[in-house]
Design a protein. Structure first.
Length: 223
């Protein structure tokens, strides 16, 4: 069965070009505005190519609306290249940026790389126990004394990376590149904010500091 791509852009010409290029390899869904994109996301695409600059509901708003319900990679299509814009996009839940005008072969390589990464993450994995915590990597769930602790996709990705390598120190750049993917510029602010949220959620259920800051080096999972 072909994997499914959702292409979202208000410029029909761009949609047609991308659809034509990918249609032999993937099943293609398309949307020309934010509202239609949210509706098409119900079909559970394997990856979304999402234009940011759309009238009405823009790509950032679409991403925020669907991110907690759609776990697939979201790649922004945009002319914006400032680092501040990239941070906003990653905070909204995006996984990568494709800058317009783009090369179709590069776009294909990025799409394929993100889909490979998702397949690796979906491989079944054992549940690990850390004190009161139980982390099910296949189901992507965390419980504390049997009570579910809700994490966003990116928060769980970080928790997964650290907990699967307990005791190993990861600097912010390594975490960023591992979680946010290709050609990331290593925004320490984004990583620090996600770590802060993970700690706050865990603190509701346990006094154990599972994520230790190793000053000058990065973060380490204690468990």
């Amino acid at each position: 069965m072909k994997q499914r791509l959702l292409i979202v852009d208000d410029e029909q010409g761009i949609v047609d070009i991308i659809k034509s290029y990918f249609s032999e390899e993937y099943e293609i869904l398309t949307a020309c505005n934010g509202q239609e994109a949210v509706k098409k996301a119900e079909k559970q695409p394997d990856l979304i190519l999402l234009d940011i600059n759309m009238p009405g509901m823009d790509g950032l708003s679409v991403c925020r609306s669907i991110r907690d319900h759609v776990s697939c990679p979201i790649l922004f299509l945009t002319a914006r290249v400032e680092s501040a814009d990239q941070v906003i996009g990653f905070q909204a839940g995006g996984d990568d940026y494709i800058v317009k005008p783009f090369d179709l072969e590069e776009l294909h390589a990025r799409v394929a790389a993100h889909l490979r990464r998702e397949r690796r993450r979906q491989n079944p994995s054992a549940v690990k126990f850390f004190g009161v915590l139980a982390i099910d990597y296949a189901a992507r769930t965390v419980t504390a004394d049997g009570e579910t602790v809700a994490f966003s996709k990116r928060e769980f990705d970080i928790l997964e990376l650290l907990s699967l390598h307990a005791g190993q120190v990861f600097d912010r750049e390594h975490i960023y590149e591992s979680i946010w993917g290709i050609d990331g510029e290593g925004s320490s602010d984004v990583v620090m904010e996600h770590i802060r949220k993970i700690r706050a959620k865990l603190a509701v259920h346990t006094l154990t500091n599972y994520i230790e800051t190793v000053w000058g080096c990065g973060y380490r999972w204690n468990g």
